[in-house]
Design a protein around this ligand. Structure first.
Ligand code: B3K
Ligand code: ZN
Length: 886
């Protein structure tokens, strides 16, 4: 971190201005001598003019706050004052032939609180280079299309860092005088520098072996803080499952002799896919039943798979430039979602994906931070690792697969791997493979990458009893987003079915089907603004089941009566839409109640809905995880998003609480009976079936407590005291937190006392408290920032306490006096001096501020403006607030 004020903002980087680098780096040799405050880096680059670049152009290397010590071109010393600043090295007239550049820099990893480049997490040295962190280690062409072969020699004090790791395969190691030692690693696969990684430390590890489909034996290692090795086994199992799955489903074999994972406690995001050396936030590695919830286990399985899958989608084929980020991220998220769906319940997996998409991507798309899945300009690339690039990016792949079918999808992927292996590709390159494999023109489909905003899909149906026809009129519209006033129609795969009044699926018969996929899979395409489909031989008035499996990420507007919704809840053959019908019903009730409460009237309720829900919960034995999803009503943020404007978070909170109370009162003992029935004293197992049982049982308790707080809290307290496993303990504590009872504080205190030395568990304790929907919570959160277990320098702590308050406590963050907004703005400013990426991410909690009612809108604007007016902002924070206020 430098003390100087940040320079004026650079002009945005634009996709349209991409051009190849003027030089190529064929090979890199790094010699890194680790030291807490004075790490020496010698980089030796083998360069040559790029035939695709401008001949005779200057060589411009990126740097970030660097301290250069010497630079030699073909072994001739350069005048540093002439060629280098902390942020750049410029060789005005490099030779027009291959040459070498050797540069020495000195780093202070202990002072690096941004957690970008080389830093220390605890006593471990580690790196994070994506997107532009490598330039904080040495001068380089820090762009993903500059691919090179890396050889890395690491040297360190042997006692301080007995483990020395980098990318690729281990080549050599040995002792040195003075208690030091070294290791040499070589990665034969050319890669961009954002995939470089290095680790040095005194770590424990577990090992395993994976035999690939062709019989090669891969050494697997997971490195963790000493004493935590026994918590890494689930991650290892997940890794092995992921490796097998990628061979089986995508034909992708692992390519190096070793694959290592290192878990560190200080990390800006979930994990990083560095070639052969993934570095993880330890939250996504460490799990035993005493410390991890079922949700944590799912997270580990998903993130371990995601990073592993990047080996092919991201590393072997990388991005030409950062605009193509979704090329690796959207595709890899889709791959990890499919992997998880194959490990667990597919329906529950899909529901979870859609919940995330709606909770994080839809609001982004509907607010001032909306951007294309492939943006065309950015000020700060780190602010584009968004739900839009990741989750909507994954939805695009899922739609592609639905449109062209299994065979064309997998043939297209095979073509992509064959044609672009070892290259830095674009989204156009990728899509061209599917155009070829399917024989289709995908140019309209491509709009999904270039047009922001969530489309509205409107459906109106009419039944003609005499003609026995059902006419479905579909139409689409995408509202304007910043910089994109006019939208074109998108190509949407619409998976649908018709359900008869008897609950039976009605066959889809048409005179002129547009594609064979319509009759066979019920996948219809909407390409224009409107389409009319006429179904024949329909015996009675059907209820349409649209967007099955959420086949297009759109907002669906369909006229369904409450009876229609009850029919779908009970009989739809598509489990996703059974869940969706329940969510739609609950949303309607809550929106109506919000309006009533706002007008000083009593909230609305419909006992038939509670009855239907009760029946589904009771019948949930077959798939308890699915039934648990049914029991979880849409969140306050879901309702706020659906209301869309003039949002009053207090009225929404009351509407939701009232609905849960009424459901609980009408189901009462029936919920408790399910809770009792699902109680088990079998030994803990994190498998999907056991986790599903726990989730339904805990959902029943939570819903029951909504209408019977005293009794519910007593049961929760007993469950808490039993402490069978972290899932049940946390669920009990969470139920206790929803009600202001004396047990709550007792349970919270005892939880902290038992786990004060386990940061990842204390994080859960922070989060639960930050989300308590009471006026006093802000004071509680402020008090907790002084707890010795809290620290602004650790991103997990910040996310657990501060972000949980900003994103998980709508009435607290949006308190009518603006205190929540001010607290987040002030905290983000403090954080900006420590870690700009985490600060900018925190401020994205303001992404929906324009949708608030006028009083809060003004207060939120004031808070954002107070940040914007600050004289010393990082580019990260400056970019977020400028876009939020624009
Ligand atoms: N590729 C990394 C994310 C890097 C974020 C940089 N700000 C993790 C992932 O998506 O797999
Ligand atoms: Zn990723």
């Amino acid at each position: 971190m430098s003390d100087k004020p940040e320079a004026a903002p650079n002009p945005p980087v634009r996709l349209a201005e991409y051009r190849p680098a003027d030089y190529l780096i064929d090979a890199v040799r790094l010699d890194i001598s680790l030291d807490r405050v004075a790490t020496r880096v010698v980089s030796r680059l083998e360069l040559r003019p790029n035939p695709a670049g401008i001949a005779g152009a200057p060589l411009i290397l990126d740097g970030g706050d660097l301290r250069p010590f010497r630079a030699l071109l073909d072994n001739q010393a350069l005048d540093l004052a002439e060629v280098a600043t902390p942020d750049r090295m410029i060789i005005a007239h490099p030779p027009a032939r291959p040459f070498t550049l050797e540069v020495e820099t000195l780093l202070d990893p202990s002072a690096n609180t941004r957690l970008e480049g080389l830093y220390r997490s605890g006593s471990t040295y580690c790196t994070q280079c994506e997107a532009e962190g490598f330039r904080r280690i040495t001068y380089y062409l820090d762009r993903p299309d500059a691919m090179s072969v890396f050889t890395v020699r690491i040297e360190a004090d042997k006692e301080e860092a007995p483990v020395l790791l980098s990318n690729g395969n281990p080549m050599e190691k040995g002792d040195l005088p003075g208690g030091r030692h070294y290791a040499v690693w070589h990665d034969p696969f050319p890669k961009p520098c954002y995939l470089f990684a290095l680790v040095g430390g005194d770590l424990g590890s577990i090992e395993d072996e994976f035999e690939t489909v062709s019989g090669r034996k891969i050494k697997l290692g997971i490195y963790v803080e000493k004493g935590k090795e026994h918590r890494a086994h689930y991650a290892m199992e997940s890794l092995i499952h992921a490796m097998r799955w990628d061979e089986f489903v995508y034909g992708r074999e692992y390519d190096l002799d070793v694959f290592n994972i290192v878990a560190v406690p200080d990390f800006n995001m979930g994990a990083m896919e560095n070639k052969g050396l993934n570095i993880f936030n330890d939250k996504y590695i460490l799990a035993i039943q005493e410390t991890a919830t079922d949700g944590d286990y799912v997270g580990i399985e998903t993130v371990v798979a995601h990073e592993y899958f990047h080996n092919w989608t991201g590393n072997r084929i990388t991005c030409r430039d950062w605009f193509q980020l979704c090329l690796k991220e959207g595709l890899t998220v889709y791959r990890d979602q499919e992997f998880s769906a194959d490990q667990r319940s597919r329906a529950v997996g899909r529901i979870a994906n859609v919940r995330t998409l709606r909770a994080s991507q839809f609001p982004e798309d509907a607010g001032p931070l909306a951007h294309n899945v492939r943006p065309d300009a950015y000020n700060e690339i780190n602010n584009f690792y968004t739900a839009t690039v990741y989750e909507k990016g994954a939805e695009i792949i899922r739609m592609l697969r639905a449109l062209i079918g299994h065979d064309a999808y997998h043939n297209g992927m095979a073509l992509y791997f064959e044609r672009f292996d070892g290259k830095a590709a674009t989204v156009e390159d990728f899509i061209s493979c599917f155009a070829e494999s399917s024989g289709r023109d995908l140019s309209q489909f491509f709009l999904w990458y270039n047009q922001a905003g969530t489309p509205r899909l409107k459906a109106r149906g009419a039944y003609d009893a005499a003609a026995r026809t059902y006419t479905l009129d579909l139409s689409q519209e995408t509202p304007p987003t910043p910089g994109q006033p006019d939208k074109k129609p998108l190509l949407m795969p619409i998976r649908l079915g018709l359900i008869g009044q008897d609950g039976q699926e009605i066959p889809l018969v048409q005179d002129n089907p547009t594609s064979p996929r319509e009759a066979e899979f019920g996948i219809f395409e909407l390409a224009g603004t409107e389409r009319r489909i006429v179904f024949k031989d329909v015996p009675s008035k059907p209820v349409p089941s649209l967007l099955r499996r959420f086949s297009t990420p759109a907002i669906l507007d369909v006229e369904l009566s409450e009876d229609d919704l009850l029919l779908l809840m009970a009989h739809d053959t598509d489990p996703f839409n059974r869940w969706q019908a329940a969510q739609t019903f609950a949303t309607r009730l809550m929106i109506r109640s919000t309006t009533l409460i706002h007008a000083g009237e009593l909230p609305d309720f419909n006992p038939a809905f509670a009855e239907a829900l009760g029946a589904l919960i009771e019948a949930g034995a077959a798939d308890p995880a699915f039934a648990a999803q049914m029991a979880m009503l849409p969140s306050e943020s879901d309702i706020a998003r659906d209301i869309g404007s003039d949002v009053d978070p207090d009225a929404i909170f009351m509407a939701r609480r009232s609905l849960r109370t009424e459901i609980s009162k009408s189901l009462g003992a029936r919920l408790l009976a399910v809770y009792e029935r699902l109680t088990s004293d079998a030994p803990f197992s994190p498998d999907a079936a056991s986790a599903g049982r726990r989730s339904l049982r805990n959902a029943c308790l939570d819903l029951y407590a909504a209408g019977a707080p005293a009794d519910g809290s007593d049961i929760a307290m007993r469950q808490f005291q039993l402490g069978a496993n972290m899932t049940d303990t946390m669920a009990a504590l969470s139920t206790l937190c929803a009600h202001a009872t004396p047990q709550r504080e007792r349970a919270l205190d005892s939880f902290f006392r038992s786990h004060a030395e386990e940061p990842l568990i204390v994080d859960k304790w922070f989060s639960l408290q930050a989300m308590i929907p009471e006026l006093e919570t802000l004071a509680r959160v402020k008090r907790l920032t002084h707890n010795h277990a809290f620290s602004l320098t650790n991103p997990n702590r910040v996310r657990a306490l501060i972000s949980a308050f900003a994103n998980g406590n709508p009435t607290g963050f949006n308190a009518a006096d603006g205190a929540g907004y001010r607290f987040i703005a002030e905290t983000a400013l403090k954080l900006d001096e420590i870690n700009p990426q985490v600060a900018a991410r925190l401020l994205s909690a303001f992404r929906s501020w324009r949708n608030l009612e006028s009083g809060r809108r003004q207060l939120a604007r004031d808070a954002l403006e107070s940040v914007a007016g600050h004289e010393k902002l990082s580019p990260d924070v400056r970019d977020i607030v400028a876009r939020a206020l624009a």
